[in-house]
Write a protein that binds this ligand. Structure first.
Ligand code: UDP
Length: 239
């Protein structure tokens, strides 16, 4: 919720998948469009922190299935997220938005290390902070990291953007044609129903700390801007 004391501060999760426009790698036109939407919201006064996924490059679990050791595969996955961060930073700066990338795995030539107090300071100055390399730990997902960074950086809400789905459904809409989109749901219900749209670990971290989440589809025109500005365009998940 927005207080009178400070501007709305959000943690936006962007899945890596969309960055590739459906292919491996980065599709600059897609990233340009996402950056333009974020810039609109920042200019309207919102403080925006972002966690970017890496599914357009590598997913640890998939590399493991092909015979790679899981931890190393996960590090490869985390390094992929950093390329997405740099692409997003580039297009945000072209929009005139000050941006800092902070990574959970140190790589001083391209990004600051993750320093929460410094991240908060950047946000207060109106800079967009982009968090890369996940948690720096194998066996985690960028969904879970989104909840953790939102908590540590005192964000008001996690905005979980999804591609190909516009919210939380009462069952899997890809397999059940009768699945109904929900306006609101509690973390407890989502976990009990085993809804997989967001990681269980992310749901439970938010539940235990009373942090709300909105799950929304990023495809509609201006959806990212609207979500950051506080419009209810998907499903609100609460404790
Ligand atoms: N990853 C990890 N630890 C983290 C975050 C990510 O090991 O804290 C790895 C994991 O292998 C994951 C990959 O990085 O598959 C890419 O992240 P994710 O799958 O969450 O990206 P998205 O699906 O959002 O594009």
């Amino acid at each position: 919720s927005t207080t009178g004391e400070r501007p709305r501060r959000v943690l936006l999760k962007l899945s890596g998948e969309v960055f590739g426009g459906g292919r491996i790698g980065v599709d600059p036109e897609v990233v340009r469009g996402i950056a333009a939407q974020i810039a609109d919201a920042v200019r309207s006064g919102a403080q925006v922190a972002i966690v970017v996924g890496g599914g357009n490059f590598f997913r640890g679990a998939e590399l493991q299935q092909k015979g790679m050791e899981r931890s190393r595969a996960d590090y490869i996955g985390m390094l992929g997220t950093v390329m997405n961060c740099l692409a997003l930073q580039d297009f945000l700066e072209k929009e005139g938005i000050d941006t800092r990338v902070q990574t959970a795995i140190a790589m001083g030539q391209v990004a600051e290390p993750y320093i929460p107090r410094r991240a908060i300071r950047h946000l207060e100055k109106g800079r967009v902070v982009i968090f890369g390399a996940g948690a720096g730990m194998p066996y985690f997902s960028t969904d879970t990291v989104s909840a953790q960074r939102a908590l540590e950086c005192h964000c008001d809400i996690v905005l979980m953007s999804k591609s190909g789905v516009d919210g939380v459904y009462d069952s899997d809409p890809r397999t059940n044609p009768d699945a109904r989109k929900l306006d609101t749901i509690t973390y407890g219900e989502a976990l009990q129903k085993g809804l997989k749209v967001v990681d269980a670990a992310a749901f439970s971290l938010c539940m235990e700390n009373g942090l709300p989440m909105m799950v929304f589809g990023m495809e509609g025109a201006g959806n990212i801007t609207r979500a950051i500005q506080g419009e209810r365009i998907g499903t609100l998940v609460t404790a």
